[in-house]
Design a protein around this ligand. Structure first.
Ligand SMILES: [Ca+2]
Length: 167
């Protein structure tokens, strides 16, 4: 069995019959140039990862105990603009771009959950999660991977918009 190279919080919960769910706190990604951990009471565990420059890249490794088709949820901070974003890759494959987007009431400065459009088939075993910042001031709090298509993280709104995908 491969030794995990970073100590990230990966909890396996049961979200429904046959469903698997993983949570990763973004502040637990390894330290890397262009990223800083900051503190905010409204963030999960009180901490989040802030990206400080365009193109900054960081990866972490975790283990998937069971194969399945997973949806990726990201808790990110929106300023209601269109500039603070980052791309997430799972095992080298682009899953989506997350970050700033318009809010229902037009007010920024809030944490939001956003989900990938497509599910990713992941085999049991090592999973590499990579973030590539597209700008300064992108903030990610937490990532959830779930096989439950109907799952919504606590605190998400019903009209969560799904974000653009890259091929
Ligand atoms: Ca967090």
């Amino acid at each position: 069995m491969k030794k995990m190279t970073s100590m990230i919080a990966a909890a396996v919960l049961t979200a429904g019959v046959g469903a698997a769910e993983f949570m990763v706190e973004c502040e637990n990604f390894p330290q890397a140039d262009g990223f800083v951990v900051e503190y905010m009471g409204k963030a999960s565990q009180g901490k989040y990862l802030r990206m400080n420059k365009k193109g900054a890249t960081v990866s972490t490794r975790t283990a998937i105990p069971e194969a399945g088709d997973y949806y990726l949820w990201v808790r990110d901070y929106t300023m209601c603009g269109n500039s603070r974003k980052a791309v997430i890759y799972l095992n080298g494959k682009k899953v989506g771009t997350f970050g700033d987007k318009k809010t229902a009431d037009g007010k920024g400065g809030v944490w939001q959950w956003n989900r990938s459009l497509l599910k990713s088939h992941l085999e049991a075993g090592e999973l590499v999660i990579k973030l590539v910042s597209q700008s300064e001031y992108t903030r990610f709090d937490m990532i959830i991977l779930t096989t439950d298509e109907n799952y919504k993280p606590e605190g998400s709104v019903d009209d969560v918009a799904e974000l653009e995908l890259f091929d």
